[in-house]
Design a protein around this ligand. Structure first.
Ligand SMILES: NC(=O)c1ccc[n+]([C@@H]2O[C@H](COP(=O)([O-])OP(=O)(O)OC[C@H]3O[C@@H](n4cnc5c(N)ncnc54)[C@H](O)[C@@H]3O)[C@@H](O)[C@H]2O)c1
Ligand SMILES: [Zn+2]
Length: 370
């Protein structure tokens, strides 16, 4: 292993696995998979997308080959559209045509789209085969590859079909983030900042000093930011794997953010992480309206995001999207019921609280005058 790589053990109900974080791990993936899945069949099935394969297929293929694996590759289409029933069907048929057995290991090489689909395929192929995540976006390295949520989209909404299924290994090669477009880096950064805001004021101080290095993909800064983020998510998830309580803290900024994403129809004008960045500012302002924190808290978060060039306010809202529309969209969120909302608010910078029973009108007022 790269001497500069970090390793984090994640404990789940079904066993434990390692997250490795460092520059150049892709070239050692074969050995790492051998160690993590000792009974792995020689056939491994790598799922990815063409744009990612053009950058990293050769490096991963060679490493797998050198470790004695015969990789089989399957390409999903580009974009979120890949997480559909139709592409799940095509993937499963392609995998089954290769006559897998229960030691056949699936490897996801890509961002959250590839990871969610491949994890769901691994959970359901022969009722479960070993699964390895090689996340290549900042969002996937700090969020979607940790915690075991896998799934696909339905016409009824995102991520409505899926399974909790844990990987055997996560390899976060920070070098792969160098090819990630800056806008995607910034979107992933919003989730990094989320961990600081919800549970680690010292990490927020560190981000104020080193945020620009994270966005520049400096290896040391990335490793620290990703490790700290994964530690926080893994700790929360290990205490609440199925989201019956504390895991909801990870939704900080997401209720406000999801309403904005819905307003823009997921058409690319606002990436998920961008919506979360704005959503965190709204959540902080809402917390201030309720007297939980002083005005300096939302101001400090906004100043930090502004300095890094993340959006701090939504683009002009589409025709018909009013404060009431946005509040209703939040009420319709699958995590809320009976006319009241549950919001994740801040008690301090670095301490989030789950707040049930929030009144619709209070949310309308916040959208009206943030
Ligand atoms: N399972 C979970 O817990 C969880 C958590 C958060 C998000 N998600 C899911 O994750 C998905 C979003 O993930 P994402 O933000 O990684 O998006 P993504 O997978 O669509 O990747 C974003 C873009 O970056 C490109 N890309 C990926 N790696 C690259 C690299 N190294 N260099 C250059 N380009 C690269 C992709 O081709 C894509 O165009 C959503 O479907 C969301 O529902 C899941
Ligand atoms: Zn998110």
């Amino acid at each position: 292993m790269d001497s500069a790589a970090a390793r984090l053990e994640v404990t789940t109900a079904g066993g434990s696995y390692f997250i490795q974080i460092g520059a150049g791990l892709l070239a050692q993936a074969g050995e790492a998979i051998r160690a993590a899945v000792p009974r792995a069949a020689s056939r491994v099935m790598v799922v990815s997308q063409p744009s990612i394969q053009s950058l990293y297929q050769e490096r991963l293929h060679q490493s797998l080959h050198a470790a004695g694996f015969q990789p089989f590759w399957h390409s999903l289409p580009e974009g979120e559209a890949a997480k559909s029933f139709a592409h799940y069907n095509a993937l499963m048929e392609a995998l089954l045509a290769e006559r897998p057995d229960r030691h056949t290991t699936l490897v996801a090489l890509g961002g959250g789209v590839v990871g969610d689909m491949t994890g769901f395929a691994a959970a359901t192929l022969l009722r479960g085969v070993p699964f390895v995540q090689i996340p290549t976006t900042l969002l996937a390295q700090v969020d979607s590859s940790v915690g075991g949520k896998t799934g696909i989209n339905s016409a009824q909404g995102k991520n409505l079909v899926g399974a909790f299924y844990q990987p055997r290994l996560v390899l976060a090669d920070t070098q792969t983030l160098q090819s990630l477009p800056m806008r995607e880096r910034k979107a992933g950064y919003a989730e990094v900042l989320k961990y600081a805001l919800l549970g680690d004021a010292g990490f927020f101080d560190w981000l104020e000093a080193h945020g620009p290095d994270v966005l520049d993909a400096k290896p040391e800064a990335l490793r620290h930011a990703i490790l700290t983020s994964c530690q926080m998510k893994a700790a929360i998830v290990s205490r609440d794997e199925k989201e019956t309580g504390e895991r909801a803290l990870l939704n900080l900024g997401h209720s406000f953010g999801h309403a904005l994403e819905a307003a823009f129809g997921y058409d690319g004008r606002l990436l998920h992480g961008e919506a979360v960045a704005i959503g965190m500012i709204y959540a902080a302002r809402f917390s201030h309206r309720r007297g939980l924190v002083g005005a300096e808290v939302p101001a400090r978060i906004q100043a930090h995001l502004e300095r890094l060039g993340l959006p701090v306010a939504p683009p002009p809202l589409p025709e018909g999207v009013t404060p009431e529309w946005l509040a209703r969209a939040m009420l319709g969120d699958k995590k809320n019921s009976n006319g009241k909302l549950t919001l994740i608010l801040l008690e301090a910078l670095g301490k989030a609280v789950i707040t049930p029973g929030v009144d619709y009108q209070e949310v309308v007022a916040c959208w009206q005058q943030p």
